[in-house]
Design a protein around this ligand. Structure first.
Ligand code: GLY
Length: 589
């Protein structure tokens, strides 16, 4: 990676500095100032850290710094999490957000577990056929790009709620200070962020009626300064007025005006009525571990529970790489879980079967009778269709824990990279395109190739089905691990495989999360693999059993805090995202 000093661009200095300074620049003082490290925030990413007291792992070093700063100022794990999330909305704009939603699993030091849902909801004016033409066919891209693609955002309400119930640092506005600073003073973008901004620049221009921070340049480079003054104003409104600063007042006016400019449907009532929900976590036992994960409207916890139940039916081997028998078993278990997901999961208000019914041993065991140990299944009832996965998904995750056993696992998303690509004019934040997570036409795959049923069709006030899997694991009653990931449906596979390798083989954490992974979601039939997940011999044997495999570049980006054998907290970020960062703090030393 280039050094920070070589990253500072003179064009920024020219547009911001005073005339006197500009003269100095011209008279030879320039060179030194052009390499001044004083403007713009920057921090190198570290993939591993250890601490006795507090550990944070998230998608961007500056977001992690925000959390550490808040802890140092007297905040707890939950204050730190809120500060990280607001900072991610600034420094990780492709997924960190104010205009999206997410889920959190929380553990308090008393051992209580909570699941918070701040998923977006369909606006009041949404309707089942809203993405179909007069012939009942889907209109290309309508649920993915532009103003109609957005659900009512839940992030701000969710974070405020977490602070009210679990935070200790007052006033709330302190938690937004780092984010406001990054937005108003700017930060230096990483190579990955520059690449993403360039890749989506045309779409930003198409989706927006006015310029914004992201269209300020025609080519972004590593080290460019990203200034977001409009976003800073929005964050200040939230800092001053709490949820009202976002869901009413001038920010709501801007959002409503943005919707009107782009024929969107989110209105004042939608914003005023948005509420996060506290739900009963999906909790279950595997060996000596107690897992707690997200219930519907996420599918993550149900799938994890089903997969761990089905794993118990086979001796899974081996530590180095899966053998054919184990690989076949795991792939078929996943196929079954995802087929059930397609049929039965959605907003809990609309589900016909309860999560208890869907994870019951009787149901799973009876369905498992269709398992053929020698041949790949067909998703039980779905026919195979050609489908290629577009590289479009992005979400982000934060895991935090302290030595007392307080922990939070929080996944947040705009859905695709930069969501709907719409930036709210005057307020500077991206809106989500989460409406695509509904089954816009039951039976038609969404951007992830996922199928859904009527249970997940578009309905006002309904939450769209998700795959986000924030999870907390306990071992013999104590905190053991906080884990989660971005990556659409591959989240579930990644979280499952990292946990399985940890539980069965107690792998070194960094080694574990770096290992290649696979993903089988019933439809399409092909399993996506990171190339070396199976040996060549195993691949051949799987093919002879009817498995199809499609090699993908990278699959999900897991972030973990684990209590290591010596009692220290170990943080691990995934090398699949160069910006993943783990850092700890030991104030009590
Ligand atoms: N938007 C991706 C998910 O929630 O699974």
């Amino acid at each position: 990676m280039k050094s920070f000093f070589s990253l500072l661009s003179c064009d920024f200095l020219i547009c911001r500095l005073s005339p006197l300074f500009y003269m100095l620049l011209l008279t030879g003082f320039a060179l030194q100032q052009c390499t001044s490290p004083e403007v713009g925030h920057w921090k190198e990413a570290e993939k591993e850290a250890f601490s006795e007291e507090l550990m944070i792992v998230s998608s961007h070093p500056l977001a992690v710094e925000a959390g550490l700063e808040i802890y140092e100022r007297g905040g707890n794990v939950f204050d730190a999490a809120v500060a990280v999330q607001f900072a991610l909305a600034v420094v990780y704009p492709r997924a960190g957000n104010l205009g999206g939603g997410g889920f959190a699993i929380i553990r308090t030091e008393a051992g209580e577990i909570f699941a918070q849902d701040h998923r977006e909801v369909a606006p009041g004016a949404a309707f089942r056929e809203m993405y179909l033409d007069s012939l009942g066919q889907p209109i290309e891209g309508l649920s993915l790009r532009g103003h109609l693609a957005s659900g009512v955002p839940g992030t701000v309400a969710g974070l405020i709620d977490i602070h009210e119930k679990f935070g200790q640092l007052q006033p709330f506005s302190i938690l937004l200070e780092p984010a406001i600073q990054y937005a108003s003073e700017g930060f230096r973008i990483s190579a990955t962020e520059a690449e993403r901004l360039n890749r989506f620049l045309d779409q930003f221009i198409d989706a927006n009626t006015r310029g914004n921070a992201f269209t300020a340049k025609t080519i972004w480079e590593e080290g460019d300064l990203l200034l977001q003054p409009e976003l800073a104003k929005t964050l200040e409104a939230i800092a001053t007025y709490g949820a009202d600063g976002f869901y009413s007042g001038w920010v709501a006016d801007s959002l409503k005006a943005e919707m009107e400019r782009g024929n969107g449907i989110i209105n004042y009532d939608d914003l005023k009525n948005y509420q996060p929900e506290w739900r009963k976590p999906i909790s279950f036992q595997f060996n000596k571990f107690e897992l707690h994960s997200m219930p519907p409207p996420s599918s993550g916890g149900v799938l994890l529970n089903q997969l761990f139940h089905l794993v118990e039916k086979e001796e899974i081997c081996c530590e180095e790489t899966w053998d054919t028998r184990s690989a076949h078993h795991l792939l078929e278990a996943s196929r079954l879980g995802f087929a059930l997901r397609a049929d039965h999961l959605g907003d809990p208000e609309s589900m016909m079967l309860s999560t208890g019914q869907l994870t019951s041993a009787i149901r799973l065991d009876s369905l498992w009778q269709l398992f053929d140990p020698h041949s790949a299944g067909d998703g039980l009832r779905y026919v195979e269709k050609d489908f290629t996965l577009p590289e479009a998904y992005e979400t982000t995750h934060t895991s935090i824990a302290d030595s007392r056993g307080n922990a939070i696992s929080l996944t947040t998303t705009l859905n695709s990279n930069f969501g709907s690509k719409v930036v709210v004019g005057g307020a500077g934040f991206f809106m989500n395109n989460e409406m695509d997570d509904f089954s816009i036409l039951p039976g038609l795959p969404n951007q992830f190739g996922l199928l859904g049923s009527e249970v997940n069709s578009v309905k006002p006030g309904r939450r769209m089905l998700s795959s986000m899997t924030p999870t907390i694991v306990e071992k013999e009653g104590d905190f053991y691990m906080a884990i989660g990931s971005p990556g659409g449906p591959t989240i579930i596979s990644a979280v499952f495989q990292v946990l399985l390798r940890d539980f069965l083989f107690d792998l070194d954490l960094n080694d574990n999360i770096s290992r290649p992974r696979f993903h089988q979601q019933a439809f399409p039939k092909a399993t996506r693999i990171e190339n070396e997940v199976f040996s060549e011999a195993v691949k051949e044997e799987l093919k002879s059993r009817g498995h199809k495999m499609e090699v993908v570049d990278r699959m999900a980006v897991v972030k973990v805090v684990k209590k290591s054998a010596g009692g220290k907290l170990q943080g691990a970020g995934d090398k699949r995202n160069p910006d993943d960062h783990a850092a700890g703090i030991d104030l009590r030393k």
